[in-house]
Design a protein around this ligand. Structure first.
Ligand code: H2B
Length: 97
């Protein structure tokens, strides 16, 4: 797959404004998803895992019972690329938003 270019902070913030729930901290996107219980949280992770594999782009994340804490960045590019925004939008969709 062709490697997408790293986005400038301004370009990242423009995309961020169309992405409810996410914040940018430096070169990474952050969001915590909260679900009703553990099966809901883990089901979300399983659906995201399939989407991430299809996209060839993967989240850094952690689960604690009903919470899934996500950090997105493109390691290969050393910052944010369009792939992070695609994955973030897909995560919102799979969370039912
Ligand atoms: N995921 C993320 N978040 N960043 C990457 O740079 C990345 C990835 N690279 N998933 C991909 C896999 C790459 O290593 C493989 C070869 O596609």
């Amino acid at each position: 797959m062709k490697r997408p270019a790293k986005l400038s902070a301004a370009a990242a913030d423009a995309r961020l404004s169309a992405l409810p729930g996410w914040t940018r901290r430096g070169r990474k996107l952050h969001r915590t998803f909260t679900f009703r219980d553990f099966p809901e949280a883990f089901g979300f992770m399983a659906r995201v895992a399939l989407a991430a594999e299809k996209l060839g782009h993967h989240p850094d994340w952690a689960n604690a019972w009903n919470r899934v804490t996500v950090v997105l960045s493109t390691h290969d590019a050393g910052g944010l690329t369009v792939l992070d925004f695609r994955l973030a939008a897909e995560m919102n969709r799979l969370a039912g938003e």
